[in-house]
Design a protein around this ligand. Sequence first.
Ligand code: C5P
Length: 285
Amino acid sequence: MRSIILSSPAKLNLFLKVLEKRSDGYHGLKTVFERISLCDDIRFKSTKSDQIKITCDHPHVPVGPKNLVYQVAQLLRKDYGIEKGVEIDITKRIPVAAGLAGGSSNAATALLGLNRLWGINLTKKTLIEYGKRVGSDVPFFLHDCSWGLGTHRGDHIKPLSVDAKMWHILVVPRIKMYSGEVFARFKMKLTKQGDDVNILLRSLRKCNIYKVTEFLSNDLEQSILQIRPGLIRVKKRLESFLSQGVCFSGSGPAVFGITSSKKEAENIKAVLKKRYSQVFVVQTL
Ligand code: C5P
């Protein structure tokens, strides 16, 4: 039986502004996504049975209907009358519920993989519509871009023509944070909307990495710290190496810093790995 192996990357948010609470319960966002080189691998194998069978080497990943990959497979089978089954094996490297969108990226990869495996030939536009149905972060991974500006729920993506390649040090405390909980704690402030995202985007386009570090921000930080106050120590530890350019990604707990080189990131990792078990050096993908 035919099989396909695809890589499923993580993301960072260099900027995340919460603009409004929407009537559907979600929050309106403006966010800058970066695709990074921390990836899961997913193998899709067509089977004669009519089952969707998911296996994963990570004990905390659900392998039934709670898994977004399972949901994608089920939706496509139903909508396109697919009779074949599939075995999907996920090799996890992206920490789970960490603000890195590992589950959403897996769902996007499943849309791409199953579209090929089952020969459904859906257009990118249709795949994106399916992506939106399973999670706000899914559409970014269906665009063929390293950088994207997300609006609405974060699910409307404008790919950015940015050549900047950055190195990061990424620390992921072994704590799971659920986006729903973090957003629920968020309190809208009546602040004037600044021009920060435009300055950040201009600096990215010019590959002015130093200026980018000045404009990193994440409106969810306060809510993340309300749930897990101890995470401030992780952020401060990173800031002791990098005076600016340190930020939480998404709804946390992943914290990253922008470094000037791979070497600088490796040097910081050498120190931090004595204290934290999940420290990564990653690059824009
Ligand atoms: O879209 P996704 O299923 O990843 O979102 C998980 C939860 O995060 C939602 O149920 C919602 O509570 C919250 N969320 C939000 N606004 C967004 C994205 C997510 O409130 N733009």
